[in-house]
Design a binder for this molecule. Structure first.
Ligand code: PGA
Length: 251
C-alpha cells in the first residue's frame, strides 16, 4: 500500500501563539505544491486556538488527559482540543516519560482515550543508549509496544514513532541500518499483535534535519518523520517537507 508520508513538527515548549500562526502561514505558502505528504504542526496548548488548517495540513497537541473533565488542575481534555481543530496527539514522548514520569499504564490510558475520540495518536517508543549497547533494543521496544497497546483491538489510523532516546535533540541520528532494523522489528511485532490492522504509519524521529531527511525517507519502512529541532526553523521545515514530497512522488 502506498501510504502518504507524514512530516510532523513537535515544537515542544517553543513559540508563542503569534509566532506559531506566522510560522504556519509561511510554511503553508512555501509548500503549496504538496499533494502526497501530510504535514502536522504540534504547537504548545496556547498555540492551538485560532489556527484553521485544511488537508494536507493538520493540527496536533503534544499532550492531554485521558479523562473527559474533572478536578485535574493544569490538565487539558480531548474535548477542549478537538474544539480547537486538533486531530493528532503525541503520546509517550520520551521527554514526558523522562521528565514527567509518564508510565506505560498512563500512556495506555491516553492511547485508548485518543482512539475512542477519533484522534490519531503518534505513539512514541525508543530505547536508551544503554539498552542499545546491551543488545536489548528489540526487547525494550517490544515491551513498550505491548504495554502501551494493551487492550486495544485495532491500530488502524495509528502512527508509531520510533525515536531512539540517544538521538533526540543530540544531533546524532541513528544510522540507516539501525533505523531499517528497528522499523522492521516494530512492523513484525505489530503484525503479530494486530494481524488485521494494516493502515498505520511508522515514523522515524531523532535529529532529523535538512541534511539527512532525503536519505532517511528512502529507507524501506520509514513512513515519515517526527521532528523537533529542525521543525522550529521555517527554512528547515519547509525544505524537509518539500524533499519528502519530491522523493515519495518519484517512488
Ligand atoms: P529532534 O526531536 O528532532 O530535535 O531530535 C525529535 C523529537 O523529540 O520528537
Amino acid at each position: 500500500m502506498n501510504k502518504k508520508p507524514i512530516v510532523a513538527g513537535n515544537w515542544k515548549m517553543n513559540k508563542t501563539p503569534l509566532e506559531g500562526r506566522e510560522f504556519i502561514k509561511v510554511v503553508k505558502e512555501s509548500t503549496s505544491d504538496i499533494q502526497n505528504t501530510k504535514v502536522v504542526f504540534f504547537p504548545a496548548f496556547t498555540g492551538l486556538n485560532d489556527v484553521v488548517l485544511n488537508s494536507p495540513y493538520y493540527l496536533g497537541a503534544q499532550n492531554f488527559h485521558w479523562e473527559n473533565s474533572g478536578a485535574y488542575t493544569g490538565e487539558v481534555s480531548i474535548e477542549m482540543l478537538t474544539e480547537c481543530g486538533v486531530s493528532y496527539v503525541i503520546v509517550g514522548h520520551s521527554e514526558r516519560r523522562q521528565f514527567f514520569k509518564e508510565s506505560n499504564t498512563e500512556i495506555n490510558k491516553k492511547l485508548k482515550a485518543a482512539l475512542v475520540n477519533n484522534l490519531k495518536p503518534i505513539f512514541c517508543i525508543g530505547e536508551t543508549i544503554d539498552d542499545r549497547r546491551e543488545g536489548s533494543t528489540e526487547s525494550f521496544l517490544q515491551n513498550q509496544l505491548e504495554k502501551g497497546l494493551e487492550g486495544i483491538n485495532s491500530i488502524d489510523s495509528f502512527i508509531i514513532a520510533y525515536e531512539p532516546i540517544w538521538a533526540i535533540g543530540t544531533g546524532e541520528t541513528a544510522d540507516k541500518r539501525q533505523i531499517f532494523d528497528a522499523h522492521n522489528f516494530i512492523q513484525s511485532t505489530l503484525k503479530k499483535l494486530f494481524p488485521k490492522s494494516h493502515n498505520y504509519h511508522i515514523l522515524y524521529g531523532g535529529s532529523v534535519n535538512t541534511e539527512n531527511a532525503k536519505e532517511l525517507i528512502k529507507i524501506d519502512g520509514v513512513d515519515g518523520f517526527l521532528i523537533g529541532g529542525a521543525s522550529l526553523s521555517k527554512k528547515s521545515f519547509v525544505k524537509i517537507i518539500n524533499d519528502v514530497e519530491k522523493i515519495r512522488r518519484k517512488a
